[in-house]
Design a protein around this ligand. Structure first.
Ligand SMILES: *Cc1c(COP(=O)(O)O)cnc(C)c1O
Length: 394
């Protein structure tokens, strides 16, 4: 089928909760995607920071084929499966954490973290969760409540009670909110959907201190910034501190749905049998791909650390060349953005026409989140297309 027929069928049958671009993806190889009309795109979106190993990775294919051969795609959590326990062991090893709960998405990982926070607090008579303005934690009720952006709440009141919002990168705003009622602080070490805003080191270490002073849990949402994207296996590893809970999703399942809530020492043992569950959590196929992704993480992180610097430098050059369209570039590793003076959607459409997929973050930021396997040559190709596209919009 052609792009336009698929788009038409989608428009007729989907709910209209997305504003989708009018192409349908058919296949992929490396970091190049092909649509149903045969047009190729260099992919700097990676399915929104999901497809870390790009497309057609041989190890991922082998892992999936072995699951297919076994005949068992799902076991439930009434029983163990080898892939999920190995993935959990690898996660704990890489993060220095103690326990893992597997689920199916970022929102679900954050729901688990929030329930852990409330259970931890309930024994101590406290329930308040501090979150941040411009944050994004997902669309389920708990996750969307701690998402500190009005546009995600509008029309869906009432939200979860006992959630308050501090100002990101402003420790005083948190000190003013934290007290003996604080059960947890939830924060993205590098805000994604809110506009690619890195936390200042003093801010994160300060949050660690505040959480400790009030016996509250510190939750890092690394759903987007974790798993090699910033040039270390986990973003918190840049800062010399650890959270009590870390949430993951997006890249962990190699393109299959998967999320995880990871507990460090202080949050160990909060859940008892019956407290929480997910039927599909630790699904055989997702976990088999997670083993592949996690096994490659140390090596991938190193290349992202180096190439990410290069991407940052190239984006700075773009900002300098188009001062009438761009304000500044920021980010870490392979999670970067350019704050624009024009609507990102215009740039995205022009880039798409020229064979590059990029996306936005918020209303003003053009976001670059390529597969972690992207090379310097890929960056050069992408930047050439951004350059050409901005020239056309000047
Ligand atoms: C994408 C995202 C989520 C939500 O993940 P879903 O899998 O869409 O539920 C949560 N937190 C952050 C930081 C994200 O980027």
């Amino acid at each position: 089928m052609a792009n336009k027929d698929i788009v038409e069928l989608g428009k007729k049958n989907y709910m209209s909760n997305y504003s989708q671009f009018p192409i349908a993806i058919k296949s992929g190889k490396g970091i190049v995607l092909t649509d149903e009309d045969g047009k190729e795109y260099l992919d700097f979106v990676a399915g929104i920071a999901v497809n870390a190993l790009g497309y057609g990775n041989e190890d991922e294919k082998k892992a999936l084929f072995s699951v297919i051969e076994s005949g068992v795609f799902h076991t439930s959590n009434l029983y163990y499966n080898s892939h999920a326990v190995h993935a959990a062991a690898m996660l704990n090893e890489l993060a220095g954490s103690e326990e893992v709960f597997f689920c199916n998405s970022g929102a679900e990982a954050n729901e688990a973290a929030l329930k852990m926070a409330r259970k931890y607090g309930s024994a101590k008579g406290k329930s308040v969760i501090i979150s941040f303005q411009h944050s994004f934690h997902g669309r389920t009720y708990g996750a969307v409540t701690v998402t500190g952006q009005d546009k995600y709440h509008k029309g869906f009141a009432p939200m979860l009670p006992d959630v308050v919002y501090g100002e990101f990168n402003n420790l005083d705003s948190v000190k003013a909110l934290a007290d003996e009622h604080t059960a947890a602080i939830i924060v993205e070490p590098l805000q994604g959907e809110g506009g690619i805003i890195p936390a200042q080191p003093e801010f994160l270490t300060g949050l660690r201190k505040i959480a400790d002073e009030h016996d509250a849990l510190l939750i890092f949402d690394e759903v987007q910034c974790g798993l090699g994207r910033t040039g270390k296996p986990f973003c918190f590893q840049h800062y010399g501190i650890k959270p009590d809970i870390m949430t993951l999703a997006k890249a962990i399942g190699g393109g299959l749905p998967m999320g995880a809530a990871v507990a460090f020492t202080k949050a160990k043992g909060i859940f008892s049998p019956g407290d929480h569950a997910a039927t599909f959590g630790g699904n055989v196929a997702s976990s088999a791909l997670a083993e592949v992704v996690l096994s490659k993480l140390p090596e991938l992180s190193k290349s992202v650390e180096i190439n990410g610097e290069y991407l940052g430098k190239k984006l700075d050059e773009i900002v300098e060349k188009y001062p009438e369209l761009c304000i500044s570039a920021r980010g870490m590793g392979y999670m970067r953005g350019i704050e624009l003076k024009i609507n990102p959607r215009d740039v995205i459409s022009e880039c798409m026409k020229n064979g590059l997929l990029v996306c936005s973050a918020g209303y003003t930021v053009l976001r670059f989140i390529p597969p972690l396997i992207a090379t310097k040559e890929d960056i050069d190709k992408a930047i050439a297309i951004v350059d050409k596209s901005l020239a056309a919009l000047s």
